[in-house]
Design a protein around this ligand. Structure first.
Ligand code: PEP
Ligand code: MG
Length: 761
């Protein structure tokens, strides 16, 4: 019997004879009964191949499962030579079976030997079978194996047969997930028990070990086969109704006048109301799946499409569909995000993606973070960096593979994650962590000592910060102050512009926590990679060269003035240090400085205390500023080199682009020569100079900066120990001679010579 609203789309049902639907359902039911019988994994697989071959009228049915990421193994067969079971193996992409695994699409041919890529496995005796139908066994984009039927008769399988086999493969995938086929050997080892390695991108350096904590736990489906399609259709309709109501609610809540956000939400609603989506899920139920399995089948198909779509916008829309499917599955299974599971004591957060606010809510409890998507420039990455939590981004498929509580090792230096690691990998990792811990002890012992070199030069070491959570490090790291306080982080983690009072209170707390140490507040550096959630995205062809930082501040001074007022009030009559980001020419600095001086005057008139000492500096992040008139250097109290940006503009190499960002060495002779010129100009004008980009925290780079005359460095708190330790051992006069000689000899980078010098001293 059909549900009432199906009659509205009769065209969908004309293609499938009622008799075949019942065959498909019958097969699934027999399959479920077979799976319910007791027995070892191997026995179950054998029974299944027998059952499928029998039901589909084919002489052969075989199940191939992955024994590792690249190799498939014949694990059960009806019809092929039983001796070849667990012996016949092929690599992904090899032969027709390998092709199904690689493309995750069916191969259906009446004449297998003439198919491109056909490879005949003599030990199986398959040469006599002409027709071949193989479908992937996969769960939400995770490849588990291949299910094959073969016949002697030369005929292509019908669409209905392909569909039926796909549905069976899906049920097999669900049962694999539930551990129904666990047995001897790698291919039958329980899924989610095998070690897995992921290569991603470095989001935040650091090495850590811990146990998986899934930000969004997986939904487990225990009943893939429908008992009564009518009941399942009713369940699906009820759940979809609930979903639509909740999406409408989200839409109303998001109706804050932001047109772009509304458009995205509208697209979300469109998916939730999509008739095509609903029809496909209903069709799945009619062919024998339970409501949740029907949803998941569509979700799997969407995920498979997602990986093949190059257009970022369309991919994003498929993500919407994926999110909706997840919501629907949670409604159907009653499995919320609150599963009652207890967070391990050493949690490594695993998520597809996460917002900065959510990440902050976890805070420093996390030992590591691994994101399936994310990017080096994402807000989550910015927060992870501020919290100094090792982060790996772009770890493809990790949310599908990881289970709560799995042991996991995160190498934030290499961008590598080991899930359920082998003992040898875990041991090597433990050694690495122990070595780092030993080094940390060494650093702790020199914490209160100055970064003074054997030649008697003192280098001031400061830390970079941006959140209240950073401030405790000021004491522990031995930093002399905060050389860069990235104020935009407070703006990034909120949903609306913070008020002046809130900001003043926050900056006040920062200054209080700094206990008299200097804090260089950098005014809002937004635009480019840092887009505020409530800021209308600028459709700029090249945001890094676009309307950002001080350019926004000067063109629309309202927020900048409010921030300056908050800073003056926070200083409460004490000293205040302010620096302006991304200054490209003298006039920008002069205007920004004038704004600040005017605000000081106004605040004074309003009866607020004005700073006892006001230091106003500029960040040198564009090569042009290095060539500004002398008056600029005379006017600036200090200059801070924002090496991350400066280097990307110097070499014209995008700092966020993995393909080019490491291409040019910071110790390149051209760049060091350029930095040395800046040192000279600051000396001439008596402007203090510091370096606050990431390179300041790399010991070798830091030593070279010191050697060319930079006397103040600001870095991540964790880098202060290693940098200080090396500086205390490095004779800067000798190092400078090495640098100069390498430059004179025409080397591209001074690094090899510097490393050799370091080895010898
Ligand atoms: C820099 O560019 O080096 C810098 C410190 O600023 P940010 O990384 O925040 O752009
Ligand atoms: Mg910068």
């Amino acid at each position: 019997m059909m549900p009432s609203d199906w009659t509205k789309q009769p065209e969908d049902w004309g293609q499938m004879p009622e008799t075949y639907e019942s065959e498909s359902r019958k097969l699934l039911r027999r399959l479920r009964d077979t799976l319910a019988e007791a027995g070892e994994g191997q026995e179950r697989l054998d029974r299944i191949t027998h059952l499928i071959a029998d039901s589909m009228g084919s002489e052969v049915c075989s199940i191939y499962l992955f024994r590792d990421a690249d190799t498939l193994e014949l694990c059960a067969t009806e019809g092929l030579n039983p001796e070849s079971v667990h012996k016949t193996r092929m690599r992904i992409g090899e032969g027709l079976v390998g092709r199904v695994a690689l493309t995750t699409s069916p191969v259906n041919t009446g004449d297998a030997p003439s198919e491109k890529g056909f490879r005949y496995m003599p030990e199986t005796g398959e040469e006599i079978y002409s027709s071949f139908l193989g479908v992937p066994i996969q769960r939400l984009g995770e490849r588990l194996g291949v299910l094959v039927v073969q016949s002697k008769q030369t005929r292509a399988f019908s669409d209905d047969e392909v569909y039926a086999l796909e549905v069976v493969a899906m049920v097999l995938a669900e049962m694999t997930e539930l551990g129904a086929f666990i047995g001897e050997g790698a291919a039958l080892a329980a899924l989610h028990q095998r070690p897995a390695m992921f290569r991603g991108g470095v989001g935040q350096e650091g090495v850590t070990s811990g146990h998986v904590w899934l930000h969004e736990p997986r939904v487990v489906i225990t009943n893939p086969v429908a008992d009564d399609p009518q009941v399942e259709l009713g369940r699906l309709q009820g759940a979809v109704d609930e979903l639509r109501i909740s999406v409408d609610g989200m839409l109303t809540a998001a109706n804050n006048g932001d047109k772009d956000q509304m458009q995205v939400m509208e697209a979300y609603r469109m998916f939730a109301n999509s008739k095509g989506w609903m029809r496909r899920m209903e069709a799945n139920i009619d062919r024998g799946l339970s409501a949740e399995a029907a949803v998941e089948k569509e979700q799997s198909a969407a995920r498979a499409r997602m990986t093949q779509i190059p257009d970022a916008y369309l991919r994003e829309r498929l993500h919407d569909l994926d999110d909706l499917s997840n919501r629907l599955l949670r409604i159907l299974t009653g499995q919320g995000t609150e599963t009652g599971a207890e967070m391990p004591s050493d949690p490594v957060l695993i998520a597809r993606n996460i917002g900065p606010g959510e990440l902050l809510a976890y805070g420093r409890r996390l030992k590591g973070i691994v994101l399936e998507e994310g990017s080096v420039a994402s807000h989550a990455a910015i927060v992870a960096r501020a919290l100094a939590i090792p982060l790996v981004v772009h770890a493809a498929r990790i949310t599908t593979e990881a289970l709560n509580g799995d042991p996991v090792l995160v190498d934030g230096e290499q961008g590598i994650v080991h899930l359920r690691p082998e003992d040898s990998v875990a041991a090597a990792f433990r050694d690495k962590i122990a070595m780092q811990a030993k080094a940390q002890e060494r650093y702790a012992s020199i914490r209160d000592k100055p970064a003074e070199t054997p030649c008697g030069t003192r280098i001031a070491l400061h830390m970079n910060a941006g959140l209240m959570a950073d401030l405790p490090s000021l004491e522990g790291s031995g930093a002399e102050g905060v050389g860069l306080f990235r104020t935009e982080l407070q703006f990034l983690i909120r949903n609306s512009v913070p008020r002046r009072g809130e900001l003043a209170a926050l900056y006040g707390r920062v200054l209080e926590a700094a206990k008299g140490k200097r804090v260089a507040f950098r005014t809002l550096d937004i635009g480019s990679d840092k887009v505020l959630p409530y800021m209308k995205p600028q459709d700029e062809p090249n945001p890094a060269l676009g309307w950002r930082a001080i350019r926004v501040g000067l063109d629309k001074p309202g927020v900048m003035r409010m921030q300056l007022q908050a800073l003056i009030r926070a200083a409460n009559g004490g000293p205040l240090t302010v620096m302006f980001p991304f200054v490209a020419q003298f006039d920008e600095f002069r205007q920004a400085r004038d704004h600040l001086l005017r605000e000081v005057e106004r605040e004074g008139k309003l009866g607020h205390k004005t700073p006892s000492d006001l230091q106003i500096g500029a960040m040198l992040e564009t090569p042009s500023l290095a060539f500004a008139p002398k008056q600029f250097f005379d006017m600036a109290d200090f200059i801070s080199i924002g090496g991350n940006d400066l280097k990307q503009f110097f070499f014209a190499a995008d700092r966020e682009n993995e393909r080019v960002r490491r291409r040019y060495d910071t110790l390149n002779v051209s760049f060091l020569t350029f930095l040395e010129q800046i040192v000279g100009r600051c000396r001439q004008s008596d402007a203090d100079l510091s370096f606050c980009g990431e390179d300041a925290g790399r010991p070798i780079e830091a030593a070279c900066f010191a050697a060319i005359g930079i006397r103040s460095l600001s870095m991540r708190p964790a880098s202060i120990g290693p940098v200080k330790s090396l500086l205390r051992r490095t004779n800067l006069v000798d190092l400078k001679a090495v640098i100069d000689q390498a430059a004179t000899e025409g080397h591209q980078s001074v690094r090899p010579a510097v490393m050799e010098f370091m080895r010898q001293t």
